[in-house]
Write a protein that binds this ligand. Structure first.
Ligand code: PLP
Length: 397
């Protein structure tokens, strides 16, 4: 079937019927800062569109400033940044790559596509991140087997920092590098006010449309080791050697961010702190408005950081609440409200049926009971009230 705007003429006069008005309340929509159009116009007029020129460089400088890392590379997505991270850490077919059981598939997908074997470690019930004590035990056992992982990849789940210091300490003991998947954690803080991902060998961020700030798609790889980022940059640009002709000692990718996306990301970075505050306020409103209902809970903010509350995750204990998570999800859907079960743990995914694992019961329980609620910073207060009302209506009378 031809696309509605397939002809060049139609494309040239592509009608914009106005803002997209979603028919239902979404989990997390892009929230413009208001200066994106200006930034886009300046970028288009500069003539730089390709992944080169001053705008991606300016975005990278701003990212390094925001995250506190010495160097960063802006990419087409967070997944691309993860892929580059696995490449520069030298992941080979058969290597083990360790990740928490509770995360998005993109955390490990590029490594699996490179032939690595993922091993899934359970998370803690406090912060929902990789369990550092379990990690230390598993590393000691792996050392005895003579098969340490090539890299450990903890995740800042839903914008809540993992216990990165403890994870790094456990890995340092065996010389295993840590790549922190902070894709959903822009603006979140760890102990001491350090930005999410700080301290890891590599950190990954995402600027997908549903994240706390966006570049309309995009990501970044950051490190305090400029040589690692230089290597990633080389691979992101098709691994062209410094010759007049195209010379390649290895193969790379087309992973560099375009100027257009970088301009949007650059326009969004200054509102990051305001977006964190708004999402935290949304979380606080849910927590207060539902506090009196039996059988409901939230991820508490553990003592070691300041979450960006990218998504508010409600925990539904069916015995106490009177309805289970899926019942509540359907009720919200019927009321025009999108909600979504917490990540289905990777060790329960058919794609990873045979992957080795350590524990997983906590991750599985969080999946059974966890429901992500609409949390977009652009959401109207009346819309959030609507969500709260639907939840209240389904509580045990
Ligand atoms: C969003 C996300 C990613 C992937 O980022 P993209 O920019 O969408 O490729 C990876 N890991 C986690 C935990 C995420 O939330």
């Amino acid at each position: 079937m031809p696309l509605p705007h397939a002809s060049p003429v139609a494309a040239a006069v592509l009608p914009f019927p106005g803002r997209v008005v979603p028919s239902r309340l979404a989990l997390s929509l892009p929230h413009l800062a208001g200066v994106e159009m200006e930034a886009l116009r300046a970028t288009l007029e500069s003539g730089w569109l390709a992944p080169a020129g001053p705008t991606p460089a300016a975005f990278e400088a701003a990212l390094a400033e925001t995250t506190g890392f010495a160097a960063s590379l802006a990419t087409t997505s967070g997944t691309a940044a993860l892929h580059l991270g696995y490449r520069v850490l030298g992941v080979q077919p058969g290597d083990e790559v360790w990740a928490p059981a509770l995360t998005f598939v993109a955390t490990v997908a590029p490594a699996v596509q490179m032939g690595a074997v993922p091993r899934f470690l359970d998370v803690t019930p406090e912060g929902w991140g990789m369990d550092p004590a379990l990690l230390a035990e598993e590393l000691a056992a792996a050392a005895r087997r003579g098969r340490l992982p090539r890299v450990v990849v903890p995740v800042d789940l839903y914008g809540q920092c993992c216990e990165l210091d403890a994870i790094i300490a456990a890995c340092d003991r065996w010389g295993v590098p840590v790549m922190c998947d902070s894709a959903a954690a822009m603006g979140a803080q760890q102990r001491g006010g350090r930005h999410a991902g700080q301290g890891a060998r590599l950190a990954v961020y995402s600027f997908n449309g549903n994240k706390i700030i966006t570049a309309a798609g995009g990501g970044a790889l950051a490190s305090d080791d400029p040589a690692l980022i230089a290597r990633a940059r080389h691979l992101a640009g098709q691994a062209k050697e410094a010759w007049p002709h195209y010379e390649h000692e290895t193969t790379g990718y087309a992973y560099g961010i375009s100027s257009v996306l970088a301009a949007i990301g650059l326009a969004q970075l200054p509102v990051l702190e305001a977006r964190v505050q708004r999402r935290r306020a949304i979380f606080a409103t849910y927590a207060e408005a539902l506090a009196d209902l039996p059988g409901l809970g939230f991820i508490a903010e553990p003592g070691w950081g300041r979450a960006n509350r990218w998504l508010t995750v409600l925990r539904v204990d069916p015995a106490g609440f009177g309805a289970d998570r899926e019942h509540l999800r359907r009720a919200l859907e019927a009321a025009g409200v999108e909600s979504r079960p917490a990540w289905k743990p990777l060790h329960l995914q058919p794609a990873f049926r045979d992957a080795p694992r350590a524990g997983g019961g906590t991750a599985a329980a969080l999946f059974e009971t966890g429901l992500c609620l609409p949390s977009g910073s652009g959401m109207a207060a009346a819309d959030q009230d609507r969500v709260i009302q639907v939840v209240r209506q389904h509580a045990r009378a």
